[in-house]
Design a protein around this ligand. Structure first.
Ligand SMILES: [Mg+2]
Ligand SMILES: [Zn+2]
Length: 288
């Protein structure tokens, strides 16, 4: 079953905290952070904080050690492994950065479960300082989305995933997130996709306030146990639906063989996908 792409946000979705807050609180100057917060775009502020942390004599290794203390619910680890074992293509879209995300995933042995991590890139400069760069270069190519910060429009990333996934024959997306930045991509999901907002978090509130804007079906979750239960239920439902569609294809092909169509024109018995999809849905509705 390779028809499902599961897209995770990272902070407060995969991990049970915000990795930027964790590093700033444990290693940085929270007072300076709070002073600069209203004045700087967030990714520039985080880059600045990495500079501050470096100037206090703290190393990349100190940052990594801090990140390894990011809590990750055991049921979320299990959910990631189960979804992967069921053949889903797992990806991350996050406004954190490659260093933070990869450090945490490697620590928990989860790096190989994800086919793609879309986030702000990092580099370590000649002084050994961690630099955080914007995902989109807003100076040369502004993304033009009014919902998203200049450095990253997650909706644009979802559109790229939708385009490449449909070429690969992957039809459905399940998106999990908690933050304001997860609202834009949730609006881009299609009918037949699923949005899993974390209950009582900003994206859940935005969705509750604008239910008519959503084409995807919405399934909330609160904690690791519920995330696992809802996610595996949705994957299971999609796979039952896809199996009944493919059984129907086989039935139609057999019927046609036994009826009047000679084997030389056998390819005529294959229905075009849009018709199949409609019939499959009706069959599912009848079966319920
Ligand atoms: Mg988040
Ligand atoms: Zn956007």
């Amino acid at each position: 079953m390779a028809g499902i792409v599961v897209v995770f946000d990272f902070d407060e979705t995969i991990i049970e905290c915000d990795s930027d807050d964790l590093v700033v609180q444990e290693l940085g100057d929270t007072q300076l952070f709070n002073e600069l917060l209203p004045t700087l775009p967030f990714h520039i502020l985080m880059d600045r904080m990495m500079g501050e942390i470096h100037s206090q004599g703290k190393t990349i290794k100190d940052i990594a050690e801090c990140l390894k203390r990011a809590p990750l619910h055991p049921r979320i680890i299990a959910a990631i492994k189960s979804a992967h074992a069921l053949g889903c293509d797992l990806r991350i879209i996050s406004d954190a950065n490659t260093f933070f995300i990869e450090t945490v995933l490697k620590h928990y042995g989860l790096m190989d479960y994800f086919s793609e991590i879309n986030t702000n890139p990092c580099l370590i400069d000649e002084e050994g300082k961690l630099r955080i760069l914007p995902y989109h270069d807003s100076t040369s190519t502004p993304h033009g989305c009014s919902l998203c910060p200049s450095n990253m429009c997650k909706g644009l990333v979802i559109e790229r995933i939708q385009a490449s996934a449909s070429v690969e024959g992957k039809k459905r997306i399940i998106y999990l997130g908690d933050g304001r930045g997860d609202f834009c991509p949730s609006l881009k999901l299609w009918e037949g996709d699923y949005m899993m907002p974390r209950k009582n978090f900003p994206v859940w509130e935005l969705i509750c306030g604008n239910p008519m804007l959503m084409k995807a079906e919405v399934h909330e979750w609160s904690d690791g146990e519920e995330l696992e239960r809802v996610l595996l239920h949705l994957i299971n439902m999609i796979s039952i639906e896809e199996n009944s569609n493919s059984n129907y294809t086989q039935l139609v092909s057999l019927d046609c063989k036994f009826e009047t169509i000679p084997t030389s024109t056998h390819e005529n018995s294959v229905l075009r996908p849009p018709q199949l999809l409609t019939v499959g849905k009706e069959l599912n509705a009848l079966a319920k």
